[in-house]
Design a protein around this ligand. Structure first.
Ligand code: ADP
Ligand code: MG
Length: 464
């Protein structure tokens, strides 16, 4: 009981000591002693954690970088493996160090074969010098862009390559990529060859044109000369045979009369032929003089019909007229008669006895159309174009064809076209033919003519 009392007393002593200010001092002292140590430990721990975290972050970053670099390398490698272009690394010693599979596919050699020999052995002998020069440029640090040379294939042929390359003097290698341009080169060569052939053909054509021009001029000169030299004596033959046939110098016996008529007919034909050839050459060289005026077709037709009527009567061919137009043409009266005569004489020549020939005239748009229709032998489709060319006749062996020289329609076409007209034919074999030509109506044609005259006046060459 007494001990218990002492403990209670002691406790109450301490309590009184504490209440008197003894305990705070002791706590403060302890705190001051421990705090720096604890702080130090905490700071060290923090640093360790920070460093660990930094290392972790760095490690993770490096891992990611290495991963992306690796995947990039992998992708690059895949592209190189799959590429149709040829990638390679060439050592300064002249040997291939690395090649992608394309090399094997394009040249046919295995990688080992390609790497076993100096690269120059695969190059076309004619391209070796230029290649060596390019390589030394590269080794001096320059870049190769679009260099071309030929490489040997396993089958002995050569392929054209187009190169881009750079060198790494430190590693003593060249990084290069080549493209197979053999097809492009071939196409280019073909194009060059084609252009050369075309140029040669053009040159040839030009020479021929000049020759033709010269020949045409010579022909015109010859024809002009011939016209004078042949027509003068021929006129005498025609004139005197006419006189003889008319028995003006004295009567002839029947045999003499027959002979004279032969001379008259033959010389008449010859004169006509010479006139036709001359006309044609004038049309071709543009030397035909036209004297255009306004008139109605009606006014020239009777004269032409009277010339050919005897032939029609001899074959009992009826000539009908259907003139429905009152419009005037603006044309050369004499030349229009010639056109009508050629068409009508053909119609009569190629129509059998008892047939019909019809002349009609009508207006169509701004033109006056004149048609000569017959019930004759007709023309097959393949000959319808050809007959308008000079000296061309349908070869059916009939006597009527053999009579002419094949100039009438060529002259007719030329005459119509020089007067701003057109000519065409509709026909079927055995069904007759219809030849039609159109000429501009007077007012329209006069306008065109006036413009042409004005242009010629302004042309200094023509004025002189
Ligand atoms: N009305 C026609 N009917 C059938 N054939 C024709 C007719 N007109 C022309 N031809 C054919 O066109 C050819 C050329 O005619 P053309 O140039 O006048 O020459 P030519 O009368 O001297 O034979 C004739 O040979 C003939 O074959
Ligand atoms: Mg004829």
């Amino acid at each position: 009981m007494g001990q218990a009392l002492q403990r209670v007393e002691a406790k109450s002593n301490i309590g009184s000591w504490a209440s008197k200010g003894g305990l705070p001092l002791y706590g403060l002292f302890t705190l001051l002693l421990i705090a720096p140590i604890a702080l130090c430990a905490w700071a060290i721990e923090l640093k360790v954690w920070s460093v660990a975290l930094i290392f972790l972050a760095l490690g993770l970053g490096l891992c990611a970088l290495a991963g992306s670099l690796y995947s990039r390398l992998e992708a690059g490698n895949r592209f190189i493996e799959m590429s149709v272009d040829m990638f390679c690394i060439i050592g300064f010693d002249g040997f291939f160090k690395s090649l992608n599979p394309s090399w094997q596919k394009i040249l046919g050699f295995s990688m080992e074969e390609l790497m076993a020999k100096p690269r120059i052995d695969f190059i076309h002998p004619e391209d070796r010098l230029s290649t060596e020069a390019e390589v030394s440029r590269l080794q001096n640090g320059e870049i190769t862009l679009a260099f071309e040379n030929r490489y040997l294939c396993k089958d002995g042929s050569y392929k054209w390559f187009l190169w881009n390359a750079v060198s790494s003097p430190r590693q003593r290698v060249i990084y290069a990529v080549a493209r197979d341009i053999t097809e492009r080169q071939r196409a280019e060569q073909e194009r060059h060859k084609f252009i050369k052939t075309l140029e040669a053909a053009n040159h040839e054509l030009e020479l021929r044109n000049r020759e033709v021009e010269r020949a045409t001029q010579l022909k015109s000169r010859f024809l002009a000369g011939m016209s004078h030299d042949l027509r003068t004596p021929l006129n005498a033959i025609v004139g005197f045979s006419d006189l003889l046939a008319d028995e003006l110098p004295g009567s002839l016996n029947p045999k003499q009369k027959r002979f004279v008529n032969h001379i008259k007919q033959a010389s008449g034909h010859l004169l006509q032929l010479i006139k036709d050839i001359l006309d044609l050459s004038r049309i071709e060289t543009g030397q035909l003089e036209l004297h255009c005026e306004e008139f109605h077709i009606d006014s020239v037709l009777p004269e032409v019909l009277s010339t050919i009527r005897p032939i029609a009567m001899a074959k009992n061919i009826q000539i009908q007229q259907k003139l429905k137009s009152s419009g005037h043409v603006f044309a050369d009266r004499v030349r229009l008669k010639q056109v009508l005569y050629n068409l009508l004489s053909n119609a009569l020549k190629f129509t059998p006895e008892n047939g019909t020939v019809e002349v009609s005239c009508y207006e169509y748009g701004g033109s006056i159309c004149t048609s000569v229709r017959d019930t004759g032998i007709g023309i097959s489709p393949e000959n319808r174009e050809m007959i308008f060319k000079e000296f061309r006749q349908v070869e059916d062996g009939s006597a009527s064809v053999r009579e002419g020289a094949g100039l009438g329609l060529a002259i007719t076409k030329g005459l119509v076209e020089q007067q701003q007209g057109k000519i065409w034919v509709e026909s079927e074999p055995g069904m007759g033919s219809r030849f039609t030509f159109s000429l501009p109506k007077a007012a329209a044609a006069a306008r065109v003519f006036a413009i042409a005259v004005a242009e010629n006046v302004n042309d200094p060459n023509l004025v002189s």
